[in-house]
Design a binder for this molecule. Sequence first.
Ligand code: ADP
Ligand code: MG
Length: 290
Amino acid sequence: MPLIIVSGLPTSGKTTRGRQLYAYLESRIASSSTSSSFPESSSNTNNPPPPPPQAEPPQPSQQPKKTTTSPHYRLHYISDTTLSISRSVYDLSPENLPAHVRSANALEKDARAAVYAAVKRVLSPRDIVVLDGLNYIKGWRYQLFCEAKNARTASCVLQIGAPVETARRVNEERLRRWEEKKATATAKKEDSEEKEPEAATASPPLAAAAAPPPPPADGNPSDDPEQEPYTPSNWENLVFRYEEPNAMTRWDSPLFTLVWDDDEAQARRVFELIWDAVAGDGAAKRVIRP
Ligand code: ADP
Ligand code: MG
């Protein structure tokens, strides 16, 4: 079941859990391909999504004494951030649309096409894909479910639950920091323009940005592109449009859930269930019908 679709409200903790899950799966894959025992999970939620591990070349079966063999699975992490998709693509407010954009949700459709292509490129029965994103449209999750079937593998959904108020506060805090950063950048710019008055009068007025641009990815944790906020109207609209996963439908099952207050032990239990569904007995029992 190598497609794991993470879904949840904006700023509800999807990336945090997605990274933890990635670290957990990474260590399970490593331990299942070595003779050493399973190492403790050591996820650091402040780090950017880890890069996909490099698959080792397969070892000939005539060398049983080697302590490592090739990993059975390859692991991939795909998110809006890894594909450089801005939060603004989800913004349906006409006043926030760049002039060249065809219609209110054309940007979002393009973004979904990019995600779809990225998933399709790597998905196979040997490739576990953690897809971290809003994944809030049930038709879209159905499409991903069908793509997994096409790839002769299966999918599951990990829903991240957080109280709406908590998630809203996270976005507000990100907005506040974003505004502060913009104000500092503007002050610096004005300062340098004062020193060069001719250049300042010659430059055209700045157009108002439709949404805050992502900060440069220069390795500074405060510049993590994951921290890009949603505009308040975009955030509220996404919450309104969110279509809850439903475990009774084929495309949302099996459905796993983690909520904001779940501690590390509970997260680990859920990750173990996901591993079992992806690679353990649960996966072995599952018949993948074309
Ligand atoms: P999303 O990917 O849904 O936008 P993030 O994973 O980026 O959300 O999380 C938003 C913020 O909330 C981050 O600063 C993160 O540290 C914090 N956070 C996420 N999940 C939890 C949690 N379960 N408990 C406490 N803080 C959390
Ligand atoms: Mg995220």
